[in-house]
Design a protein around this ligand. Structure first.
Ligand code: ATP
Ligand code: MG
Ligand code: MG
Ligand code: MG
Length: 468
């Protein structure tokens, strides 16, 4: 059985043999792209190559791109620990054609890799196509798939757009059926969100240029962008439907179990999974230069760190935990990603300090949360005022509070939370005697709202489409 690290190499070697340039992963913070919080798909570093704004010395490329989906349009934070297939940090394997090969080759290359190189049984595979894409449908028929295994999807799920304008086109996704013992329906069915039929690979056929709303031209040289989750294909190849049961994630989960002494397969297993996932996201974000702060990217990192710490607390950890898990991560991923070794001191120190600082208010905040929710039943909501106090005084990001109540089916009154936040801002402005100079005051308020008592909510920032 191959480990995750070998599976990554198999993918890259296969495409290298087929004429693709192996391109190292770009950083998680996108270069020159203020519209995007984090790199969230393999195509992000190639955006300008697809539009033609940038030329590279190759027309085919392959990569295993570090991705984070924990903010903006693609936010899988709330899925982590609850689905078998979502992470906040994951690797997206991809092959790209910049005006070189198109649909037919892309489908052939993907099918050969999956069925021959990886040896997956054909009868477990099914695909989706965009309902209007008859060409893709007939190409899959030509490959040998029966009609019943080619599902036409009429929604935007199977039509990709880079933005309101620019390259766009239909997608075709490859799914693996993990079998009837796992709940979930096939793609396009009402219960498609289960983990039985798992999307492993998304092939995007960039064939149009959206020049204006409602106006689409054919691209003279159509392109290919694909994305396959390394953790998902690894799960399939290792005979499990669960990403968290792959050798790499399991090693991290066992590190959590060893440090806390809590059974990872018992009722508290969700916490092990969340911590293992968040350890990767936090460490890689720090390695790429993100530091915890109260706004923007830094606040997303802080939210992930604090969520992980609460789960550490649930497992009974009384000492900072995350930094002690880092060596396990370095063992698993340090060879493929040397930045982990280079940034080791910064990562461990940042993890440790943040945990030391937050621990003081975490315990007090959790006691308040406990008091305030003792009488709440499933379906009830915590008052927005309390959630705001936890946020403002105890440093609880809203999603941490929501995550803490989720297991009991208790929600949070987020409208009241938002108004409490708004009131606090207005109050701060009203109390400000000021310098009398409007421009200076604005600057000061900008700063106070960013780094002051309130922790600015960076996670509503809208992201442009970056995904495949
Ligand atoms: P899903 O529908 O399962 O959420 P997606 O359609 O959002 O996946 P894409 O944007 O098409 O995913 O990304 C391409 C591939 O990256 C997916 O087919 C999947 O293998 C992988 N992937 C996407 N999101 C995640 C995630 N949060 N964790 C792990 N792998 C992911
Ligand atoms: Mg998704
Ligand atoms: Mg999908
Ligand atoms: Mg997809």
């Amino acid at each position: 059985m191959s480990g995750v690290n070998e599976i990554r190499s198999t993918f890259l070697d296969y495409f290298a043999r087929n004429g693709h340039e192996v391109v190292p992963s770009a950083p998680l913070v996108p270069r020159n792209d203020p519209t995007l919080m984090f790199t969230n798909a393999g195509m992000v570093p190639f955006k300008n190559v697809f539009t033609g704004a940038e030329k590279r010395p190759y027309v085919r490329a392959t990569s295993s791109q570090k991705c984070v989906r924990a903010g903006g349009k693609h936010n899988d934070l709330d899925n982590v620990g609850y689905t078998a297939r979502h992470h906040t940090f994951f690797e997206m394997l991809g092959n790209f054609s910049f005006g070189d090969y198109f649909k037919e080759n892309a489908i052939e290359l993907a099918w050969n890799l999956v069925t021959k190189e990886f040896g997956l049984p054909e009868n477990k595979l099914l695909v989706t196509v965009y309902s209007e894409d008859d060409e893709a449908h007939s190409l899959w028929r030509k490959i040998g798939l029966p009609d019943s295994k080619i599902i036409r999807i009429p929604t935007s799920d199977n039509f990709w757009m880079m933005g309101d304008t620019g390259p766009c086109g239909p997608c075709s996704e490859i799914f693996y059926d993990h079998g009837p013992h796992i709940p979930g329906g096939p793609p396009g069915s009402p219960d498609e969100d289960g983990d039985r039929f798992i999307e492993i690979w998304n092939l995007v056929f960039m064939q149009f240029d959206q020049v204006a709303p409602g106006e689409r031209l054919n691209l003279p040289r159509p392109s290919i962008d694909t994305g396959m989750g390394l953790e998902r294909i690894s799960a399939v190849l290792q005979g499990t439907h669960d990403n968290y049961a792959t050798d790499m994630m399991r090693a991290l989960i066992m590190a959590v179990a060893n440090l806390t002494g809590v059974d990872p397969d018992g009722p508290q297993g969700v916490s092990h999974r969340v911590i293992a996932d968040h350890l990767r996201a936090c460490s890689f974000l720090i390695a790429d230069g993100v530091l915890p702060s109260n706004e923007g990217r830094g606040y997303v990192l802080r939210r992930i760190m604090r969520r992980a710490m609460r789960h550490g607390q649930l497992l009974g950890a009384r000492e900072p935990l995350m930094w002690r898990l880092f060596p396990a991560l370095k063992r698993e991923m340090g060879e493929a990603f040397p930045e982990l070794g280079r940034a080791e001191a910064l990562i461990t120190e940042t993890l440790r300090l943040e945990e030391v600082r937050f621990r003081r208010t975490l315990e007090r905040g959790l006691a308040i949360l406990e008091d305030e929710t003792r009488d709440l039943r499933e379906g009830d909501r915590l008052s927005g005022e309390t959630a705001f106090t936890l946020y403002d005084t105890y440093g609880f990001p809203l999603d941490l509070t929501q995550d803490a109540l989720r297991a009991r089916g208790v929600g949070v009154d987020t409208e009241a939370f938002d108004s409490a936040m708004q009131r606090q801002r207005e109050l701060a402005r009203a109390n400000w005697s000021g310098s009398g100079e409007a421009a200076t005051d604005r600057v000061w308020f900008g700063i106070r709202e960013r780094v002051g008592a309130t922790e600015f909510l960076g996670y509503d920032t809208e992201q442009a489409e970056g995904s495949v």
